[in-house]
Ligand binder design. Structure first.
Ligand SMILES: [Ca+2]
Ligand SMILES: [Ca+2]
Ligand SMILES: [Ca+2]
Ligand SMILES: [Ca+2]
Length: 718
């Protein structure tokens, strides 16, 4: 997509009024009426006018001497030479400029847009782009004229003088289009359709829906500064990392903000346009040998944890990301501080100053833990608290000290959290992932999101509501209440994982996908979608192990190659279905770790938080994600288009995303190799190369035949 300049919009909006109806007449052309060109700013131009001898001339408005202008009514004297002659229609003044030195855009050829939007009239000039060879115009096309649909030609120098191109009219879809002409070849180099009224892409840089998020556990990604590895408590840092036992896995390993900065090129090459970092705020120091490497044991929400870096480094990270067009997504955990029964007893600080600990009923709930049966709610039966909203909001999640959020107005802890979040916004954070949103007083979410949007109206906010999705009524009620936060779609995740694990069919997956718009109030494309995360065994492990993984599921025992292909198929769906895709760090390398944790779950917490094994940019998973992340940057169909199933059986799903004239077709097959005929596709006739492989697909009248090997993904885009 070429960069487009806002001023071009003027050409399109006023195009119907712009008519070249001024003529130059003089001794050089035997006083014939020669049409001048409207070059904007009330200026008409006669370009390269040759006077072989000294002569004279006048300007004639209609070419019939009814209204003409000269030098106080007399002819204007012109010396021998080649001139660019300008006439100013507002002042009726003029200028005679030597062509050789008159260095404006019209010194060379002029390119007139002529087509159905302006009834094929002359005078709507393309504008030179900077000092390049490109000329552009932004124009709105209607349905066409009596002779056919919307179309145009370019008329070089006007007058249909033989310099028009191309030979046949160019057909264009209704709506705004940006036309670019290459003046070195006098040809049309591009016609970009489906744009907004300023001929910018309908993809907005502030709309998160065209972005691809990368979720990184900083401690396990890249260590850019070994001097901070021990933080304030060396016993909580492991010197042997993954080679140690589970205790070593629950310590700090050394990754930090500087390491992320060092790897931004890698993430940019992956096509990532947003990075979700696990919480950066200061976590507990006094935790014996247990490390808060994950960031979910908050201590001081106003400071950067000493293992990760400093405010200066956050600023540096933000600047480096913004320079790459990337947005920073901060994981924020406003449900709780740290453990209420050990270490620092939930103590909370503000810029280093102690505020309160778990004993403060002003700051923290005193209701016991969810499902501990010490119930302060008369209506709750012990054991049902995970589905009782009062209990799961107002009691502690495990032993994590629960902030006492106000129902109708901000509590002291609410003010603390909101002002802390604003400090992060001031340091370049562009989006928030709200940890454990299900367990927070929902009215606080309204106040929090409103306060963030008062600072930055475009801030994107999504929450972690375990098991949220179209099949979960409580979470969908939360969405329908429009509290300002979207949700991570766990149900879609589960369905995609179940498809690639052969637990459900593509037909069942499609049924779930089609249920999302109604359940989500047509906001399905605003929800955050994902395959792997830090709270489940990685799918690559689940598909390969023969052991038991999280949720007591039996591993599938697939070969590594088969499992990788299936995980990649799942990620192709994540990258193309309605929603904002999130890549959990390492998925682009199909990373695995097969150790069982203390609950005998293979590859589950903490073994799903392994050191990223490689920064290869050529792995099949990296290559596939890269292609689709790059497509998301420009495709409004993927960002916010419709979803339409085009071919379906238990193994194969073909669907189309469409927005305006932008169309993406995705085909996946988990069964044996097959050839299918697909119809009703929105892609124009032509030969397409799959963006995720080398398949060539011929589209004719909306029909195509697709050959899909097992686990193959085909993605077609105009
Ligand atoms: Ca470090
Ligand atoms: Ca700390
Ligand atoms: Ca809570
Ligand atoms: Ca930023």
């Amino acid at each position: 997509m070429k960069r487009v300049f806002l001023f071009l919009a003027i050409n399109s909006i006023f195009i119907a009024q712009v008519q070249a109806d001024w003529f130059i007449r003089g001794s050089q052309n035997n006083w014939a009426a020669e049409q001048m060109v409207d070059i904007g700013n009330n200026t008409m131009l006669a370009n390269d006018v040759v006077f072989n001898t000294d002569g004279e001339m006048k300007f004639d408005r209609y070419g019939n001497w009814v209204e003409s202008y000269g030098d106080n009514g007399n002819n204007i004297a012109v010396s021998t030479g080649t001139w660019d002659i300008e006439f100013y229609t507002d002042s009726h003044d003029w200028a005679i400029l030597p062509s050789s030195t008159h260095n404006d855009t019209s010194d060379s050829a002029t390119y007139h847009f002529r087509g159905t939007p302006n009834d094929w009239a002359e005078g709507s000039l393309l504008t030179q782009v900077d000092s390049s060879n490109d000329y552009q115009i932004c124009i709105e096309f209607g349905s066409g004229d009596v002779n056919g649909t919307a179309r145009f030609k370019i008329d070089k120098n006007g007058g249909w003088g033989g310099g028009s191109f191309p030979d046949a009219d160019v057909s264009v879809a209704e709506g705004f289009a940006l036309i670019t002409v290459d003046s070195t070849t006098d040809s049309i180099s591009s016609v970009t359709e489906g744009l907004d009224e300023t001929c910018n892409s309908t993809i907005s840089t502030t709309d998160f829906r065209n972005r691809t998020i990368y979720f990184v556990f900083l401690d396990r990604f890249s260590n850019g500064d070994t001097s901070n590895d021990n933080g304030n408590n060396a016993s909580a840092t492991s010197s042997i990392g993954s080679s140690g036992d589970i205790g070593e896995w629950k310590k700090y390993w050394g990754g930090d903000i500087q390491g992320l900065i060092n790897k931004l090129d890698y993430l940019q090459n992956l096509g990532v346009t947003a990075i979700w970092v696990n919480p950066l705020n200061d976590n507990v120091d006094n935790s014996e040998s247990a490390g808060a490497y994950h960031g979910y044991w908050g201590r001081d929400f106003y400071e950067v944890d000493e293992h990760l870096g400093s405010w200066d480094l956050v600023d540096e990270l933000d600047a480096a990301m913004e320079a790459r067009g990337m947005k920073l997504v901060l994981d924020f955990a406003p449900n709780h501080s740290s453990q209420n029964d050990k270490y620092e007893y939930g103590a909370i600080y503000k810029e280093g100053v102690f505020q309160a600990d778990e004993s403060s009923s002003l700051w923290f709930h005193q209701n016991g833990a969810i499902s501990d049966c010490f119930d302060n709610d008369d209506n709750t039966t012990c054991g049902e608290e995970w589905s009782d909203s009062w209990a799961y909001q107002n009691k502690t999640l495990f032993n994590l000290t629960d902030f006492n959020h106000g129902v109708n107005s901000n509590s002291v802890s609410d003010l603390y959290l909101i002002e802390a979040a604003k400090k992060w916004l001031a340091h370049g954070v562009d989006a928030f992932r709200i940890d454990a949103i299900k367990h927070i007083e929902p009215n606080f979410i309204n106040r929090f999101t409103a306060e963030m949007r008062a600072v930055n109206p475009d801030v994107y906010i999504f929450g972690e509501w375990m098991d949220a999705g179209a099949s979960d009524a409580e979470s969908m009620t939360f969405l329908s209440e429009e509290r300002g936060s979207e949700l991570l779609d766990f149900n879609l995740r589960d369905n995609i994982e179940n498809v690639i694990a052969d637990n459900i069919s593509m037909t069942e997956l499609n049924t779930h996908i089609e249920s999302r718009p109604a359940a989500m109030g047509n906001r399905e494309d605003w929800q955050t979608i994902f395959l792997d995360n830090h709270d489940a065994t990685r799918t690559s492990v689940y598909l390969q192990t023969t052991g038991t993984v999280n949720r007591s599921r039996q591993g599938k025992g697939y070969s590594q190659a088969f499992a990788n292909a299936r995980q990649n198929l799942g990620m192709a769906l994540v990258m193309t279905l309605p929603g904002i895709p999130t890549i959990y760090y390492g998925t682009e390398q199909n990373t695995t770790w097969f150790t069982a944790n203390g609950d005998n779950e293979v590859g589950h917490d903490p073994y799903n938080r392994e050191q990223i094994p490689s920064f290869s940019e050529t792995s099949p998973a990296f290559t596939l994600i890269k292609s689709l992340a790059n497509l998301r940057k420009t495709s409004s169909a993927l960002a916010k288009g419709s979803y339409q199933q085009r071919w379906l059986n238990d193994d194969v799903l073909v669907f189309e995303r469409q927005e305006g004239s932008d169309t993406v077709v995705v085909a996946v097959n988990k069964g044996s190799a097959t050839s299918i005929s697909v119809t009703s596709l929105g892609l124009a006739d032509g030969t397409y190369t799959s963006l995720t492989g080398s398949d060539l697909v011929e589209i004719s009248n909306g029909s195509a035949s697709l050959h899909l090997d097992q686990n193959e993904v085909i993605v077609l885009h105009k």
